[in-house]
Design a protein around this ligand. Structure first.
Ligand SMILES: Cc1cc2nc3c(=O)[nH]c(=O)nc-3n(C[C@H](O)[C@H](O)[C@H](O)COP(=O)(O)O)c2cc1C
Length: 361
């Protein structure tokens, strides 16, 4: 034992990667073993997303990933919320009428724990190099068990208060998610009084506030697409930049064709008319950032794909933001994750930092 931890405990697995980029865990089929293997194999860091998967399916993905690469990788788990008695009748009715339009069965609401205990057992027995948690901190006892088997523990946070809670359970790193992030917001408790479910901090502000609150390395996530974005968060003190939407268009991602087409179309539209086209990735009941469409219009603010815009009664776009996702902007001549992580982003980030340094004199 050293520092109260077993000696094979490998700190800084992410901070010491050759390339400071992470392919975000993206549940719902987007993250695949192939994507994680390509990203980790290129010297960056790949993740599997355990959310919505059965423990058995997750075990299969871990096995496949280990067959593809011997490089380290991460697994992300959803921490289940408390089981609450909430009256969902109105919401159910809205979903039912939307489903009827498409001739599909809406099903009935039910609470489930996403097989969290079984997945926690799996990541411990499989000695997954990095385990990250979303929607809440894990229990301290789980963090201790993960440390005993040598895993590094990441907790995703959106506010300084969440960062404090994550530090208290023993997290090694924090993934700081800004309000620009695609997919659902990783808030610990959904505050129904606030349109975003909690305070909405832009990424740079969130990094600064979290660093003032706790002394832990941070990963930055939210709206990062270009090398200059990566340079900005590294300059702000992050040890790595986590990209989600940008990786959705990679060959190795499991992104549905309709989503790929929408991201590419959004990129083309943005070139003519800058605005944000976020990737789809909703989880019912959690605030999300994505594209508005027929099914989401009329839902309460926290279920809108883009709460910030919904407050203004808009169409799922945030004027003024200048993120362009998808298509040839990201990776000319290289649509594979290996091509993207290895070449363009890092070169661009270096060039951006050199320009900034020169400007500073
Ligand atoms: C389709 C999609 C699914 C996502 N699923 C997860 C997930 O399972 N777990 C998680 O921690 N974050 C998830 N995220 C959020 C990402 O981890 C990350 O915070 C976000 O993608 C960063 O913003 P960006 O998309 O602008 O790069 C998801 C994002 C997207 C776009």
């Amino acid at each position: 034992m050293c520092c109260g931890r077993p000696c094979d405990y490998r700190r800084n697995m992410i901070a010491e990667r050759e390339i400071p980029l992470i392919a975000a865990p993206m549940a719902g089929g987007v993250s695949t073993p192939e994507l994680a293997a390509a990203v980790s194999g290129a010297g960056a860091f790949g993740f599997l997303a355990a959310g919505y998967l059965s423990a058995e399916a997750l075990a299969g993905q871990v096995e496949r990933l280990r067959a593809l690469t011997s490089e380290p990788f991460g697994v992300n788990l959803f921490v289940p919320g408390r089981h609450r008695d909430v009256d969902l009748a109105d919401y159910q009715e809205r979903v039912r009428s939307a489903s009827a339009r498409y001739g599909v069965d809406a099903g009935s609401p039910q609470w489930d724990d996403d097989q969290y205990p079984a997945k926690v057992d799996l990541v411990i027995t499989q000695r997954i190099p990095v385990v990250s948690f979303t929607f809440g901190p894990p229990d301290r006892s789980i963090v201790e068990l993960l440390h005993e088997v040598g895993s590094e523990v990441v907790v995703t946070v959106t506010t300084p208060a969440e960062a404090r809670l994550a530090a208290e359970v023993g997290a090694d790193l924090l993934c700081v998610q800004g309000m620009e992030a695609g997919g659902h917001r990783a808030i610990f408790e959904d505050d129904r009084e606030l349109p975003g479910g909690g305070p909405l901090y832009g990424l740079l502000a969130a990094i600064r506030l979290v660093q003032a609150e706790v002394d832990l390395p941070v990963i930055a996530a939210g709206g990062l697409v270009h090398g200059a974005d990566v340079a900005a968060v590294l300059a702000a003190g992050a040890v790595a930049a986590q990209l989600g939407t940008a990786f959705m268009v990679c060959d190795e991602a499991g992104t549905q064709p309709v989503h790929r087409a929408e991201i590419a179309a959004g990129s083309a539209r943005n070139r003519a008319d800058p605005g944000v086209q976020r990737a789809p990735g909703p989880r019912a009941g959690e605030p999300v950032s994505g594209r508005q469409h027929r099914c989401t219009r009329g839902l309460p603010a926290t279920e809108q794909p883009d709460q910030a815009d919904a407050r203004r009664g808009g169409q799922g776009r945030r004027p003024g933001a200048d993120v362009v996702v998808g298509g040839p902007d990201l990776c000319p001549g290289a649509s594979s994750a290996r091509g993207r992580t290895g070449a363009r982003l890092i070169d661009e980030a270096g060039a951006s930092l050199a320009r900034a340094t020169a400007r500073l004199g």
